[in-house]
Design a protein around this ligand. Sequence first.
Ligand code: OFO
Length: 170
Amino acid sequence: MISKKMEEALNNQLNRELFSSYLYLSMATYFENNNYVGMSKWMRLQADEEHAHSMKFFVFIQKIGGRVILEQIDKPQSEWDTPKKAFEDALAHEEYITKNINELTDLAIEERDHSTKTFLQWYIDEQVEEEATVNEIVQKFNLIGDSKSGLYMLDTELGTRILTPDTTAE
Ligand code: OFO
């Protein structure tokens, strides 16, 4: 049985994952609107991933006898100065999510809630991947600098992303 404090903390994280999805969808529309179709596709797939992350919390909370409470999702930013700035913001957001996951794990340890701690391990591993992936893209922006052809090539490269289906939230 889950504690009320942990139930609330997991619900808060479910909301943050939904916000992540909303934020990346907002970035996708910014890219689309500025004709960066590859970056838009990349961000739409990222939004789908974040939705899947939220559903893992949804399923887990119910499974351990908790109650999912859906709260309001904050309005995301809708404009960025440059594509690079949007990806830098995505990296900062992932670092914030990592901090949240670490704090949730600290709470699970404090409460000796082993099942929640084990559940969170997936997110700890996932955050390492997410931060590394977005950081790699930010570094590519740094490499290409002001080169328009470099930006075009990066947009094309990001447009080749495909979504790996994750069925573990079932
Ligand atoms: Fe991008 O991270 Fe979810 O968890």
